[in-house]
Design a protein around this ligand. Structure first.
Ligand code: DC
Length: 245
């Protein structure tokens, strides 16, 4: 992917590009972003892990999801003290709180809902903004989240909005949770997917929405491989267009 380092990507101050992938829960963002990063030789950052880790710690600390002041203070303390450590390795994201690994708790559905609730507060988002920008300071990174192309990196080199129908996303979530030993029904999961969509897109601060310059990819009828190929093609086409101009 040598061409990715010249052409349009050099218009930014970063030496290597930032690729933003936003979209609703269960659209396959994590797996696709990880695979795309591997294909391009980039680092992958799963920003949902930051909010999930925070939701987990807030819950352990007994802080209510509707207490923005205390949540914001806790988030700032965690960032300042470096209490959360993220290992965005190729084999999956691992998260540590004060040295203890908390990875296995983060994909539980109640932590997903809690992450959605705590991440709706500007006090919490502000606390994690610089951390995310710092993670992307060198470029060469695929970021996956809800507001990467709109808020965190509005100047990202390539932006995607990856989506799929609620039914397909619920089916994928059921499969994912079942492999982790969680028993869930499709109806409940569909209801949770719709609730998360509503919470994430209706919140006042950094709501889930497509950046105007993001390419929409609907993965409902695509396999993971097909989605990655499509996106990698788009990244290369973007580079080529700018490199030629
Ligand atoms: O992508 P995920 O399901 O792991 O994200 C968990 C929650 O975190 C999601 O419901 C909304 C929130 N989130 C966010 O607000 N902004 C991000 N960039 C990533 C996740």
């Amino acid at each position: 992917m040598s061409r990715a380092r010249r052409g349009g990507f050099l218009e930014t101050e970063r030496l290597r590009p930032i690729i933003a992938i936003d979209g609703p829960a269960g659209a396959g963002k994590s797996i696709v972003a990880r695979r795309l990063a591997a294909e391009l030789g980039f680092t992958f950052v799963d920003t949902g892990a930051i909010y999930r880790a925070f939701a987990y710690v807030a819950r352990q600390s007994g802080v209510a999801t509707d207490d923005p002041t205390t949540l914001g203070g806790l988030a700032s303390d965690l960032v300042r003290e470096g209490a959360l450590r993220f290992d965005f390795g190729a084999g999956g994201t691992r998260v540590f709180h004060l040295g203890d690994e908390i990875t296995s708790f983060l994909r539980l559905s109640h932590i997903g809902i809690a992450a959605s609730l705590v991440s709706a507060h500007s006090e919490v988002r502000d606390a994690f903004l610089d951390l995310q920008r710092e993670l992307g300071s060198l470029g060469g990174t695929v970021f996956e989240g809800r507001d990467i192309g709109t808020v965190v990196f509005p100047n990202a080199d390539v932006k995607f909005f990856l989506t799929a129908s609620p039914q397909v996303r619920a089916e994928r979530r059921v499969t994912e949770l079942q492999t982790k030993g969680e028993k869930v029904s499709l109806d409940d999961t569909l209801h949770q997917v719709q609730r998360r969509d509503h919470l994430d897109s209706m919140r006042l601060v950094a709501p889930l929405r497509r950046a105007r310059d993001a390419a929409i990819i609907d993965s409902s009828a695509l396999t993971i491989d097909e989605t990655v190929v499509l996106m990698a093609h788009h990244v290369r086409a973007f580079d080529f267009d700018h490199g030629e101009s």
